[in-house]
Design a protein around this ligand. Structure first.
Ligand SMILES: [Zn+2]
Length: 285
């Protein structure tokens, strides 16, 4: 089935009341899931985390990096979503030993980090609402940590282990919004609180989402951006993280006769380091 490439569209109503950002993330999630081991249910949460990170970045800081971490009830298992300004997005499923699925309920925590323009890190931490709803957690984050009132819905339609369609949207109230218009929008959004039925019907492209959420309100589509799965790992980056290990550990690794093989957890790419390269690290450390 031919599908349009993943993208993010944004629109602002002519009266300055609302801003909507809608994203399709199907291919991005398929790509990111390939190098992860996750049950269908954990895959669905993973998908929602990635789409949520994309939407937070696009609404708060399109040209900065956003990382979102969902910690499960067991406090040891987590999902990491990492979305970059050029649209490159990746993720990680980290389950504790003997844990098969990420369970997120009353003990779940959502952490969002975003890099500020001055290089400082802005971090927000919120409890996941009852029921483990990822959309609800992101909404709470936006409200409590960013002081922005939004409606967020993310979703992923899966058949078995296949991702059929994934995406989401954010409706943001702008300062000019009038009470009457707000009431109309609130009523309207009741129908779209859950994006899943739209994804299942194949009616959740960013264009359709803008049309549906802003139905009857004149609006202007202001930008189209892309989103894709990718990873920025490199031999240099891995070397740098190896160099940060304690010296005795590096010496130990360097004393082996074999090549050290390391796979990137985000994308699965394999890297090989020779004992000579590792010895070089000990010397420069
Ligand atoms: Zn990688």
């Amino acid at each position: 089935m031919a599908q349009e490439p993943d993208s993010v569209l944004r629109a602002v109503t002519h009266d300055g009341s609302f801003r909507v950002i809608a994203a399709q993330t199907t291919e991005t999630i398929r790509g990111a899931l390939k190098s992860q081991t996750a049950s269908p249910e954990t895959s669905r949460i993973f998908a929602d985390m990635l789409t949520g990170a994309v939407l937070v970045r696009e609404s708060m800081a399109p040209d900065l990096r956003v990382q979102a971490v969902l910690q499960g009830d067991d406090k040891r298992s987590r999902i990491v979503a990492d979305s970059h300004p050029d649209g490159m997005t990746r993720g990680l499923v980290q389950l504790a030993t003997n844990v098969k699925e990420l369970k997120v309920g009353a003990e779940g925590i959502l952490q969002v980090h975003r890099t500020m323009h001055n290089g400082a890190l802005h971090q927000g931490v919120v409890a996941v609402p009852e029921g483990g709803d990822v959309s609800g957690a992101f909404m709470r984050y936006m409200q409590e940590s960013e002081q922005v009132v939004t409606m967020i819905s993310v979703g992923c339609h899966m058949v078995g282990t296949e991702v059929v369609a994934a995406g989401g949207y954010v409706v943001q109230l702008l300062p000019e919004v009038e009470r009457a218009k707000l009431a109309v929008m609130a009523e309207r959004l009741e129908d779209f609180r859950d994006i899943l039925p739209l994804l299942q019907r194949g009616a959740a492209s960013p264009r359709e989402l803008l049309f549906e959420t802003l139905y009857g309100m004149p609006y202007e589509q202001v930008a189209e951006r892309t989103v894709h799965f990718g990873c920025n790992c490199s031999e240099m980056r891995l070397m740098a993280s190896l160099a940060s290990l304690p010296k005795h550990q590096i010496t130990e690794l360097a004393s082996s006769k074999d090549m050290l093989e390391i796979g990137c957890d985000f994308c699965g790419r394999e890297y090989r380091f020779s004992p000579e390269q590792l010895r070089g690290l000990v010397d420069t450390n």
